[in-house]
Design a protein around this ligand. Structure first.
Ligand SMILES: Nc1ncnc2c1ncn2[C@@H]1O[C@H](COP(=O)(O)OP(=O)(O)O)[C@@H](O)[C@H]1O
Ligand SMILES: CC(=O)OP(=O)(O)O
Ligand SMILES: [Mg+2]
Length: 402
């Protein structure tokens, strides 16, 4: 049998998630996570999925390169070393691909240079993605390394949604436009939602709510993205774990002129010290719900602001799409937090939206409907699988160029 294993690396600002899949049968062989990179108490969790064996390890991991080497060692212990001839490619999540990359792309020096050029518009993500790619290339220079871009799915947005209403020349010179992110997830979840409805992606309009630590909404018409909430960078849109999402841009001038803050300080404020963490000190929805149950007013207000923004985007995307077949909740918060799903659609009956309390309370890792049976617009929980989608696209590309 020809080799058919693909390793997927999803390098975030302080973590690396990875999965090894056999694409001949879709079996996941190993998966893991290195988090708190750069700290003394970094943590590695590795699972050998066919046996169920799990290894965990806590200790200092200095940087992303060290993290990559540590995860390569764990794979090696399970007989899945990066030197394995079974491996056909390594697929990398790359967050910002600008307008250049609309498809998965085999990485060479030109592609690396372009990803590097885009660092100013994805400062939390692209540098980590680059280190992941360079380290993997050094370990396996002979293997195709494929970049799968978060922005790719959104390149179908019409100009009316993608352009900001600013001077066109300035916008074009500095490539200021709305790119959108989490596209791999929006693509996967919108397709999986169509499947759940028993329809082809071309035949349905779906609103996808990707609510993780970073969060974004998208409006998908017939399988193609027509609008999304993130913009030039992953800062626009919904309230997130540590990011503000939408604000009046004049807040920035005000903080600079009146507050005496530097641009870098404001950048850090809006990207890392805002959102849920800025509002109540916690960015984990589990902790926020626990505090609400204890009567904590700050946590309550943070939750209410989060929901208010989410509702506005649901309403906006109903308007953008005209007719909506389903809205799908996904990622850490969307898949697990029933109170968020309930609150987000509460009062939207006139838009055809409601959830069934009992169905919403069910915990499952399977795609499922949580709206009443006769609902005009279906509400679904659809677990995302960015790693599978990256592996699928990576494998298809290397098979095609065989
Ligand atoms: N059981 C749960 N209930 C509520 N929220 C949860 C639960 N599990 C995870 N979350 C939320 O999901 C977030 C992480 O989502 P995830 O999609 O893994 O994020 P990312 O990929 O951006 O790191 C956590 O910060 C937390 O807020
Ligand atoms: C683009 C983005 O926000 O990604 P993440 O949710 O992984 O931070
Ligand atoms: Mg994520």
């Amino acid at each position: 049998m020809s080799p058919s294993r693909v390793l997927v690396l999803n390098s975030g600002s302080s973590s690396v998630k990875y999965q090894l899949l056999d694409m001949s049968d879709g079996v996941r062989l190993a998966a893991g996570l290195v988090e708190r990179i750069g700290e003394e108490s970094a943590r590695l969790k590795h699972a050998h999925l066919t046996s169920g064996a799990v290894r965990e390890w806590t200790g200092p991991i200095a940087d992303h390169e060290a993290a990559l080497k540590a995860l390569a060692e764990e794979l090696d212990k399970d007989g899945f070393g990066l030197d394995s001839p079974e491996l056909v490619a390594i697929g990398h999540r790359v967050v910002h691909g600008g307008k250049t990359f609309t498809e998965p792309t085999v990485i060479d020096e030109v592609v690396l240079a372009e990803i590097e050029r885009l660092i100013p518009v994805a400062p939390l993500h692209n540098p980590a993605n680059l280190i992941g790619i360079r380290t993997a290339m050094a370990l396996r220079p002979d293997l195709p390394q494929v970049a799968v871009f978060d922005t790719a799915f959104h390149t179908t947005m019409p100009e009316s949604a993608a352009r900001y209403a600013i001077d066109v020349q300035v916008a074009d010179e500095y490539r200021v436009r709305r790119y959108g992110f989490h596209g791999t997830s929006h693509a996967y979840v919108s397709r999986a939602t169509a499947k759940l409805l028993g329809k082809a992606p071309e035949d349905v309009n779906v609103i996808v709510l990707h609510l993780g630590n970073g969060a974004s909404a998208s409006a998908v018409r017939g399988g193609k993205c027509v609008d999304t909430s993130m913009g030039l960078t992953p800062l626009e849109g919904l309230v997130m774990g540590t990011r503000s999402g939408d604000i009046d841009p004049a807040v920035i001038f005000h903080l600079a002129r009146v507050g005496g803050m530097s641009i870098d300080e404001i950048d850090t404020l809006l990207n890392k010290k805002s959102g849920l963490v800025g509002l109540c000190g916690d960015n984990d929805m589990r902790e926020i719900r626990r505090r609400i149950d204890e009567g904590d007013a700050k946590a309550r207000l943070a939750f209410d602001i989060y929901i208010h923004r989410l509702k506005k985007y649901i309403g906006a995307y109903c308007a953008v799409l005209g007719t909506v077949d389903a809205i799908a909740f996904t990622a850490g918060v969307g898949e697990n937090a029933a109170p968020v799903r309930e609150a987000a659609v509460a009062g939207l009956e006139t838009l055809g939206l409601s959830v069934d309390g009992a169905l919403n309370a069910v915990r499952s890792d399977q795609p499922r409907l949580i709206s009443p049976e006769d609902a005009r617009v279906k509400v679904a929980v659809v677990p995302t699988d960015e790693e599978l989608e990256i592996a699928t696209q990576t494998y298809a590309l290397v098979r095609q160029s065989d």
